[in-house]
Design a protein around this ligand. Structure first.
Ligand code: MG
Ligand code: FE
Length: 171
């Protein structure tokens, strides 16, 4: 991969897509966390990752500024609608916490792939100085994906026991 203007354009597009992805992440997590009552450990981890995600967005905006591709060119409003629509869809079926756990696991792994691809372009396409900041975001996604993986069993068990107790209506 050569450090050409095409590589730069690919990199900038990837960064803007990552920015839209992080806005979507907020639109997925915020409605979820506002509805959780019975899974305080999930709510706490989501709150933590919401704050991490706000930091990730700020980092991406700094990177785009440094490439003279500032905030005015970020048109990602449309994407942010889809997350809240998914959360609403999961809310009506009674197994919201399970569906959200699966969707969040998929989303975090999508984010991991996005940052790995961006890091590859940064490393080989002439932006090695931006690798650490992208690595910072990647490491937070890896930690979140691992937490979801580690907690899927306990969340599923708790969902089953609440359902048995007749409390399944609340997430
Ligand atoms: Mg993220
Ligand atoms: Fe994430």
């Amino acid at each position: 991969m050569a450090a050409t203007s095409e590589t730069r354009a690919i990199f900038v597009t990837g960064l803007k897509n990552a920015h839209a992805m992080e806005k979507q992440a907020l639109s997925i997590m915020k409605p979820q966390v506002s509805r959780i009552e019975n899974y305080p450990e999930v709510a706490a981890r989501l709150e933590w990752h919401i704050r991490e995600t706000e930091g990730q967005i700020a980092r991406l905006e700094d990177v785009l500024e440094s490439l003279a591709e500032g905030h005015s060119s970020l048109k990602d409003v449309a994407l942010s609608l889809t997350g809240s629509m998914a959360a609403i869809g999961h809310a009506v079926t009674g197994d919201e916490i399970i569906k959200n756990s699966l969707a969040n696991f998929a989303f975090e792994n999508f984010e991991i792939a996005a940052y790995k691809s961006l890091i590859t372009i940064a490393e080989h396409g002439g932006f090695p100085g931006l690798v650490p900041v992208l690595r910072h975001n990647l490491d937070e996604e890896i930690a979140m994906a691992r937490w979801l993986d580690d907690n899927l069993e306990s969340v599923t068990m708790k969902f089953a026991s609440l359902k048995e107790a007749g409390l399944s209506a609340k997430v």
